[in-house]
Design a protein around this ligand. Structure first.
Ligand code: FAD
Length: 279
C-alpha cells in the first residue's frame, strides 16, 4: 500500500490520557503519527471494539506528542468510549477530509457547543497568521462550557484578540445565541474570513449573515459519516461528499448547496430528510 493511503488502515492505539471537560464531555488522548500531522478541521474514525466506528474531529495535536478527540456522550458508541480508561485500546483510521485555510487578515470564529473542539487546532494556527481574532463561543449553559481556559491562554493579547461567550440561559457571558453576537458584530466590523463549526442550523444562520455582509466563510459540516472514503453516499450534500470533499466547505460551495444546507440531511440509509424545524 502506498504511503498516501496508509492512514486509511486502522491502527490500534492505547488511551494515554483523559481530560474530564464537563460531566458528559471528555478529551481522550492517544499516540498516533498520522494524527500528529493532521490539519485543523480534519477528523478520524474511532473504532470502539465490539460496538461501532464513529467520526470525531481531532481537537488536540502535539500535546506531548499526543493527539486527541473530544467526545460528547450522546448514545451507545460514545457511552462506551466514555467508559474507557487509561491503557484501553481503541482503533483509529484517518485523518480524513480537507481542512480550514488560514487567513492572514482579521477573522472571526463562531462555535456552537462541542464545535469548538474542531476549531481549537485552527486557533492554534491562526494565532501565528491572523491580525485579529474574534472568537464567539456559544453554549447552552455554564455547565457545557469547554476549552475556554485553553482559548484564553492562546488569545491572551487583548490588544488584538477578543473572546465573546454566550449561553442560552444566561448562566455565563452574554445571554442568547452566538448568532445574535455575529449579527451585531458584522454591522460594526469587517472580517476577511469567518470560520464556523457547530449545529448545522446555527451554521446556516452564520452563512446567511456572512452572505449579507459579503464576508467569506468556511463551514465545518457534520453529516452522517460511515465509510469516510467517499463510497457509501450517506454524507452527500448536493454534489459534495462531506467525508471527502468536506468537512470544510467555502462560501462558493455553500451557495451551490443552499437548498440543502440547514434544510435537508440524510439518514443512515442515505435517505434525504428535513431538519427539525424547532431549533
Ligand atoms: C465529521 C464529524 C465529526 C464529529 N466530531 C465530533 C466530535 O469532535 N465530538 C463529538 O462528541 N461528536 C462528534 N461527531 C458526532 C459523533 O460522531 C456522534 O455523536 C456519534 O457518532 C454518536 O454515536 P452514538 O452511538 O454514541 O450515538 P447514536 O445514538 O448512534 O447517535 C446519536 C446521534 O449522533 C449522530 N450520529 C450517529 N452516528 C453518526 C455518524 N456515523 N456520523 C455522524 N453522526 C452520527 C446522529 O445525529 C444521531 O442522531 C462528529 C460527527 C462527524 C460527522
Amino acid at each position: 500500500m502506498s504511503q498516501k493511503f496508509k492512514n486509511i488502515r486502522r491502527r490500534n492505539v492505547h488511551i494515554e490520557d483523559i481530560i474530564e471537560e464537563t460531566l458528559n464531555v471528555k478529551t481522550i488522548l492517544f499516540r498516533d503519527k498520522f494524527c500528529q500531522l493532521a490539519k485543523p478541521g480534519q477528523y478520524v474514525m474511532i473504532w470502539i471494539p465490539g460496538i461501532d466506528e464513529i467520526p470525531m474531529s481531532i481537537s488536540v495535536r502535539n500535546r506531548l506528542s499526543l493527539s486527541g478527540v473530544t467526545v460528547e456522550q450522546v448514545g451507545e458508541a460514545t457511552e462506551e468510549l466514555f467508559k474507557k480508561t487509561l491503557g484501553d485500546i481503541i482503533g483509529i483510521r484517518g485523518p480524513f477530509g480537507n481542512w480550514f485555510q488560514p487567513n492572514t487578515g482579521n477573522v472571526a470564529l463562531v462555535s456552537g457547543g462541542t464545535g469548538i473542539a474542531s476549531l481549537f487546532p485552527l486557533i492554534e494556527t491562526l494565532i501565528k497568521t491572523s491580525a485579529k481574532i474574534v472568537a464567539v463561543l456559544g453554549f447552552k449553559s455554564l455547565k457545557e462550557i469547554i476549552f475556554l481556559n485553553r482559548i484564553r491562554k492562546l488569545l491572551s493579547d487583548k490588544r488584538y484578540h477578543r473572546i465573546i461567550v454566550t449561553t442560552e440561559d444566561g448562566s455565563y457571558g452574554q445571554k442568547g445565541l452566538a448568532t445574535d453576537v455575529v449579527s451585531s458584530l458584522l454591522k460594526k466590523e469587517t472580517f476577511k474570513m469567518i470560520y464556523t463549526c457547530g449545529p448545522e442550523l446555527m451554521m446556516r444562520r452564520v452563512f446567511d449573515l456572512a452572505e449579507e455582509s459579503r464576508t467569506h466563510i468556511q463551514v465545518c459540516l457534520e453529516r452522517i459519516i460511515r465509510c469516510s472514503v467517499g463510497l457509501c453516499g450517506s454524507c452527500f450534500i448536493g454534489e459534495y461528499r462531506v467525508c471527502k470533499e468536506g468537512l470544510v466547505l467555502s462560501s462558493e460551495q455553500l451557495r451551490q448547496v443552499k437548498d440543502e444546507f440547514g434544510t435537508f440531511k440524510r439518514d443512515f440509509n442515505g435517505v434525504k430528510m428535513h431538519f427539525k424545524t424547532t431549533h
